[in-house]
Design a protein around this ligand. Structure first.
Ligand SMILES: [Cu+2]
Length: 148
């Protein structure tokens, strides 16, 4: 009996994990303006798999501090840089393989999780990207849309 219960618990856990993973991926791709997050502190999980972000567009309300947890499932380095066009250009032209963590910028080791915080205080659009050689061109970038 105890063995049967353990098997059921293990099987439920596997199903729950699969469902959560699928739900997170689907909602990340399809997040709409009506589902804007914030204000206040909100954690957003972003997955990287095969050099693709699970997130393409994220809507937040002005006054939101987002804690990004970036899960790198790849066997190579990536980075997650949030910022305006000047910040993105500096990183795209730069040659540093890794950066010290500052708000909105984090390098992520293979099979590791990076954490960074960014405050979206004004309506508009802010880009996020990975600028390791060739990664931006491959499609590793997206937008955070800040709604009033
Ligand atoms: Cu990358």
């Amino acid at each position: 009996m105890r063995r049967a219960i353990a098997a059921v618990v293990a099987s439920c856990a596997a199903v729950t994990t699969a469902f959560v993973a699928n739900a997170a991926t689907a909602s990340a791709h399809a997040q709409r303006a009506a589902d804007a997050i914030g204000p206040g502190l909100v954690t957003v999980d972003v997955d990287i798999h095969y050099s693709k972000f699970s997130l393409s567009t994220l809507h937040v309300r002005a006054g939101t501090m987002v804690r990004f947890l970036v899960h790198n499932d790849d066997p190579i380095h990536h980075e997650f840089i949030v910022g305006d066009a000047t910040v993105q250009r500096i990183h795209e032209l730069g040659t540093d393989a890794t950066h010290p963590p500052i708000p909105g910028e984090v390098s992520i080791l293979p099979d590791d999780v990076g954490e960074t915080f960014y405050v979206f205080d004004r309506p508009g659009r802010v880009e996020f990207a990975c600028h390791l050689p060739g990664h931006y061109a491959y499609g590793m970038h997206g937008w955070i849309v800040v709604d009033p």
